[in-house]
Design a protein around this ligand. Sequence first.
Ligand SMILES: *Cc1c(COP(=O)(O)O)cnc(C)c1O
Length: 401
Amino acid sequence: MTKPILPADLAETLDPATILVRGGATRSPYDETCEALFMTSGFIYDTAAAAEQAFAQEGSRFVYSRYRNPTVAMFEERLRLLEGAEACRATASGMAAVFAALLCRLRAGQRVVSSRALFGSCHYIVADLLPRWGIETVFVDGRDLGAWEAALAGGASLAFCESPSNPAMEIIDLAEVARLTHRAGGILVVDNVFATPLLQKPLVLGADVVVYSATKHIDGQGRCLGGAIVASEKFIKDDLGPFYRHTGPSLSPFNAWLLLKGLETLELRVERQCRTAAAVACYLESHPKITRVLYPGLPSHPQFELARRQMKQGGSLVCFDVAGDKGACFRFLDALRLVDISNNLGDSKSLVTHPATTTHSRLKQEERAELGIGDALVRFSAGLEAESDLLGDIERALKQV
Ligand SMILES: *Cc1c(COP(=O)(O)O)cnc(C)c1O
């Protein structure tokens, strides 16, 4: 049998840096150092009676990798400890996590209130899919607590938001929105991708469910997709359990193994990325060819005080408007020689995105305008390169504007 490498009582008391390296790991009888990769779809039973018992007593042992897998379970347990949550399930992608977290709970005839500033695919689920299935959805300006209160006054089964939002960097008062959602009889689901599990703890602030795209900072090295849902034992077991088991958003054991390795270095990478992002934000703020910088760690951010209250640092992403039109912005992007153009983020390689024509091209022009996603907006994801090299690259490219 496998055995946990951390005693259970110790695991709950450790610093995140320690949890990231040792949390959730189990060792097989071979006593390997590195987490083992259990690349198997199924499991066998000594007797027919043992198979019968495994199905009768759900969760008593590994049965099938769509339900649970030892390598995936290590990843889930490590993330659970890091988040300080009761339970965690891993998914094949961030979108599988968002979709499963919402749809395992919602029924036709229910009502959902969501902030408007969402990642493009999250916006599709809330705006297009939910209404198709008879679920009413109401969008609000997530920064406006009065708007949340008014929308939630009509009752809601669920509220959904992302903070900081992608790419407008809107900060949502999670504690207040959780309180208003609970008063309306609903649960709050927070997409915590931009903040990472290290910088913001939505469950501590009152949220009920946290979803991650592990593709971003958790892998952080451009290798695989993954996602996770962290919540109470009751939500994971009763709401998500049967949905997950029978619809199959499961994470591949191989990807879980990569993500375990990603978690080991998460704190080191995010620390460095936050430092670089802050330096880039400061540099851009005083640059004559930049008209606006949005970084939650800068006092110029409209919600700096709120960001400081609920986040440990400003994060690894900086958004800014280049002076001029789309053409000027594209000249800047094309002139970067180190930083890559990509729609991904949280990677060890610094990346830039033009949201208006890529991640948010699905939105109508006026919807983008409402979210502050103009034709000159750039999203910069800080990687692990030397700060001086990145600033040099940006400075050179800005000469083309
Ligand atoms: C990338 C992202 C997702 C989706 O994650 P995938 O792993 O690409 O499916 C969801 N929410 C936010 C905020 C993201 O940045």
